[in-house]
Design a protein around this ligand. Sequence first.
Ligand code: UT7
Length: 326
Amino acid sequence: MGVRIIGIGSYVPDNVVTNFDLEKFLDTSDEWIRTRTGIVERRIAPPDMATSDLATRAAERALKDAGISAEDLDMIIVATATPDMFYPATACIVQKNLGVRKKPCFDMEAACPGFIYALDVASGLLNLPNYRHILVIGAENLTKFMDPEDRATYVLFGDGAGAAVLTKDDSPYGIITSCLGGDGNLGDLLYLPAGGSRRPASKETVEKRLHYTVMKGREVFKHAVLNMQAAALTVLQRAGLKKEDITWLVPHQANVRIIDATREKLGLPPEKVYINIDKYGNTSAASIPIALAEMKEKGLLKRGDLVLTVSFGAGFTWGANIIRWG
Ligand code: UT7
């Protein structure tokens, strides 16, 4: 039995913050950000807008696109590293917001590749008799966890959400295969030091700004390039496909230079790669579903197109999916 994406939708907050806006309070420049990352602007959620708010709006759009109601869902999975709170799961809050009850719901924390992980997990579950429709959401409110005084991280991230409705299906369309990877040995290159059980919130952790993300960017960059290239090749091999079979490469949007390196390894021309980092920055687990929703809206995705998604993030974690669109 196959698993098809029957609906997709996304939501980003209205508030646009440009590189020039950041120049006003950070020792940075539009030129540096643009040339080093490809980012021109990003969306920043207002203080009272939580991850579940972004996720719910994306979910409503995906359900509308799928032509089913929230009542038809058998499960909700939210991939996020920035939940509303530790518990309840953001997926439970989304369920409440959608006005339904008694559905299994849980969050998945696999950082930037969270949506790719969730597609693979949901595909496995949809092969069981219990489930027919699963809502998978990638949603992040990352800017609340970036230090506005740290130019090395604050300029990179943005907020947003994307959602997909998955269903059992025996057509030739859908998720063909996935490959997931992880390595916890290098976790200290990208992490959020305080607020968890290792370093619970205290006056000291707040004073030391330990509730903000720490990243050794250059090191992460090298691992991102290597692992995204490897994951893309592995998933192609697993699917029995050649590089030239791919219609679209839809990579995680962390840095346009990482995207270019992945594309070059696959030998794909630039027009086969979807890039929107210029508008949204790095939205972590939301970047791939936001891209897919935008591509669908623009009419770029045609029935039968072979889409390769690939991502890398904190953990480290990485992964890729091959989807035959339709
Ligand atoms: O989402 C998945 C995980 N994240 C990633 O994949 C991100 C991976 N890393 C990157 O994308 C890049 O490493 C960054 C964009 C974070 C940084 O680019 P880089 O080319 O690796 O720069 P760098 O960290 O080596 O810094 C170069 C210089 C440094 O100055 P010095 O030491 O050469 O004087 C930094 O202090 O650029 C400086 N710098 C900045 N300058 C202006 C760092 N951030 C900024 C900034 N504005 N915002």
